[in-house]
Design a protein around this ligand. Sequence first.
Ligand code: BES
Ligand code: ZN
Ligand code: ZN
Length: 495
Amino acid sequence: MQIDKTNTTFEQLTTPMLIVGVPKTRKNWQAFTETFGEQVEQWIKAGDISTAQKKLTKVPFMHSIARVLFVGLDDAKALTEKTLRESFGLVGKALREANVETFTLWVDSFVTESITADDVAYLAGEGITLGHFAVKHYKTTENVVAPVLKQASFVTTAAIDEIAAAFEAGSIYGDATNQARDLINLPPNILTATELANYAEKLAEKYGFEVEILDKAALEELGMGGILGVNRGSVEEPRLITLKYQATETFEDVIGLVGKGVTYDTGGYSLKPRDGMVGMKGDMGGAAAVLGAMQIVGETRPNQNVVAVIGATDNMISGTAIKPDDVLTTYSGKTVEVLNTDAEGRLVLADALTYAKQQGANYLFDIATLTGGVIVALGMDKTGALTNNEDFFEDFMLSTGETDEFVWRLPLTESDKKRIRKSPIADLNNSPGRDGHMIFAGGFVGEFAEDTPWIHLDIAGTSDAEADHDLGPKGGTGAMVRTLASFIERKGAEK
Ligand code: BES
Ligand code: ZN
Ligand code: ZN
């Protein structure tokens, strides 16, 4: 999207669509009313233009403006950034539906006592980009050219350069999240581990990241029994994908992002029921979140070193597949008794996490669609978390507040760890039981973090939306892309 850095007044304005915030009580509307007349106030009073929160009213042809989209804000004092972002999500959706490619935002109409013009521009860039997203399809009957957002311009009394920059920053976050959504939505016969690696390689090329792709032979050489075990039933090769973004002269003080990239999860011999298997193309949501966050890192170039490691494979059945009762030796050397082949994510993450540590990560995140348990515990709209470091977690929570992605921490106790470590024949078992199994799954991954500060994010609920929502359609959401990137950006800025 092109971002226009020339400020215009209402009088000079020609645009296919002007976007206006309508709070219950309107200040600073003098210039607007002078240009467009009393008519709008009358429409608002009559209720033809709604001031209700998240209510949009589209009015055709006002002066030289093709259409005005009025966005209800209700009580400006009570307006939150979350609601405003979501309102802009609905604007994005409306722009798509109206096939509008160029629009103008009257920034000041959205400003409140606590939400600055810069905030408005940022949230608009992010929200409109997210809301404009549509799921790519393979329908031969619909041959429409997908609408794109081509140009944004602004009417504002604030400094136009800052407004344009804030809007652009928001749209960078939105675009990267949309990319993650596209990856999640790809059918599993198309997005294989090899293809995921190809995607990562292209991303690395674009942003100048160091990249390493390990194939099956390389993983065998290294003894990565976790990811290889999960891959054993498949005709598709696994890949271990590593991207490095180096901000400082020496690769020190490194944040590690470790993603579960299971491109399809049948459950293996602990086979999923037929209904539970549908949708398991999204089991690489963690990998998508990592790649989305890296895209933002590539765009914003923070002063913070990052290493991203993705374990990519599908989880299939064949004569060579692992079975319950098998014992695997992970890359760390720790052995695992496999009790359930559907608890495969933790096996992949174990090796990827050990590798990330070896590559220099001092702070670790693992992001994964790891358990149905997190959905049972928290529902579809909350990411579940575990940690081994209070300070790290508290710091991370500041970023979830910035992006309004809801994260809730569950406990990981010594008795939980005991159950993860309980096996008559190995160091660990991969399925201690159904009770609290989100904790067992994440806690298993934590065994490989050891003393390194670590945060586990289980996005099984949040990575895929069951229905359309204000910030996008049903399907992949790109959960945690924005929060991870925002955390990395802040850490860079703090240095
Ligand atoms: N990929 C699934 C988790 C999942 C469930 C993701 C629903 C998205 C939506 C994971 O590999 C899995 O199968 N987990 C099992 C663990 C169990 C076998 C201990 C689960 O949650 O049932
Ligand atoms: Zn599984
Ligand atoms: Zn899985």
